[in-house]
Design a protein around this ligand. Structure first.
Ligand SMILES: [Zn+2]
Length: 403
């Protein structure tokens, strides 16, 4: 009887371990550093940035001047089995969760232990499926490709079109998400944002942990795995630090307690490790491994760090043309890009549209005028001769070079 009980216990233990999903961010980022010396150099610089942040020397820089950003997202549905060719609605369900959880709008905040509830903060990072692709064409922000490579996420071929994967869209300007098979219990990973970008930059995630419907399976069917991976994408580490240093390792975030290792399932508060009593591990942080129902917050310092990364290693996101329907609220006047241009330019306005815009050549002759109707407008000036022009609206003017 004893033996049978023990066998049952073992079987239970094994099935529990097998059911626990894990994130490969640390391993995959290290692997990429071994393979790509340029990326490794960029990660060293990122390490310096992280340490400076942890020591508080960047506090003013990280708190200043960040209003909001909208991240253009492209989802590459890369499926071997037809059932993993997930629906557009499933993709939208994930985008909705990202927008909710990154902006402190989750309705389950009351599950956060009271001692930490005030630490929760809105990152002011918004996500939108791209509506313009890198060639300037209209898109719904989703690509669909069938592959015959098994576990293409863990085979590291997901980003290579000639090896059965899908090539990323211009990585500085789009958050690339590959939804594809991963080996074993792996749920996903993101390559950390070094100051030089990896060729593999983006998020890889299993269809069983993406969105809140369809292929998403409990306990990972509330979209929080993607919130966790997006946290990595904006530079956050696991709350327990790196995997091999135990209590000596840091996540560079000083309002998350030190903790020994990852927490699975749904722990009961307090759960003590590394002498971190009385409150113990912050197992309900998005950067731990708790089940979706128990993953609940980013802290203020995590939010500040993500915003710092957006202002440094991911700053190109502010200048992406991947989403046309959202104007940049950081903008006080207007901006024009590209400049110099070969003919087609985009004009982007802040909250207020100027009444009229006029374009002059170097002789001071007006060569065109427009009344902008949208926050972002695309103008084709390719019929004008090459040269320097001046664009003017009330109170603001800027030169434009056509070449
Ligand atoms: Zn992770």
């Amino acid at each position: 009887m004893k033996k049978l009980l023990f066998t049952c216990f073992l079987a239970l233990l094994v099935s529990t371990i097998l059911a626990q999903g894990s994130c490969l961010t640390t391993e995959q980022t290290l692997l990429e550093m071994e393979r790509d010396a340029t990326f490794a150099g960029g990660m060293e610089a990122f390490q310096v940035l992280s340490e400076a942040f942890e020591h508080g020397t960047l506090d003013d820089a990280s708190r200043e001047g960040f209003k909001e950003v909208t991240i253009p997202v492209v989802v590459h549905v890369l499926y071997r089995l037809e059932e993993n060719n997930i629906s557009y609605d499933q993709i939208l369900s994930q985008i909705e969760v990202l927008n909710r959880d990154f902006n402190w709008q989750q309705s389950d905040k009351d599950l956060i232990p009271e001692v930490w509830r005030d630490l929760g903060a809105a990152a002011k990072i918004k996500f939108k499926l791209a509506d313009r692709d890198p060639d300037g064409n209209f898109t719904n922000g989703v690509t669909r490709t069938q592959t015959d490579v098994e576990n293409i996420g863990t085979e590291e071929l997901y980003y290579l079109a000639h090896r059965g994967g899908v090539a990323p869209w211009t990585q500085p300007f789009y958050m690339n998400i590959w939804v594809c098979e991963l080996k074993g219990n792996s749920l996903g990973f993101a390559i950390l944002p070094g100051s030089t970008m990896s060729k593999r930059d983006g998020v890889v995630i299993s269809p069983r942990a993406f969105g809140t419907m369809g292929t998403a399976k409990p306990p990972y069917n509330l979209g929080r795995t993607m919130v966790h991976e997006a946290g990595h994408y904006f530079g956050l580490r696991h709350v327990w630090g790196s995997d091999n240093e135990k209590c000596g390792s840091t996540d560079y975030i000083d309002d998350t307690p030190k903790q020994k290792a990852e927490n699975y399932g749904c722990k009961t508060f307090p759960s003590i490790s590394c002498n971190n009593g009385p409150n113990g591990d912050m197992f309900m942080n998005f950067m731990d491994y708790s089940n979706d129902v128990c993953a609940l917050l980013f802290t203020k310092r995590q939010v500040e760090f993500m915003q710092l990364v957006l202002k440094t290693n991911r700053r190109a996101m502010f200048y992406s043309n991947g989403v046309t329907s959202v104007a940049d609220p950081n903008l006080n006047e207007w901006k024009i890009y590209p400049n110099p241009s070969t003919g087609v330019v985009h004009l982007e306005f802040g909250d207020t549209l100027p009444g009229k815009m006029e374009l002059f050549n170097v002789m001071g002759e007006m060569v065109g005028q427009w009344i902008p109707a949208n926050n972002i407008e695309r103008w084709d000036l390719s019929s004008l001769p090459k040269g320097v022009y001046y664009l003017r609206s009330l109170g603001h003017h800027q030169s434009l070079i056509l070449r």
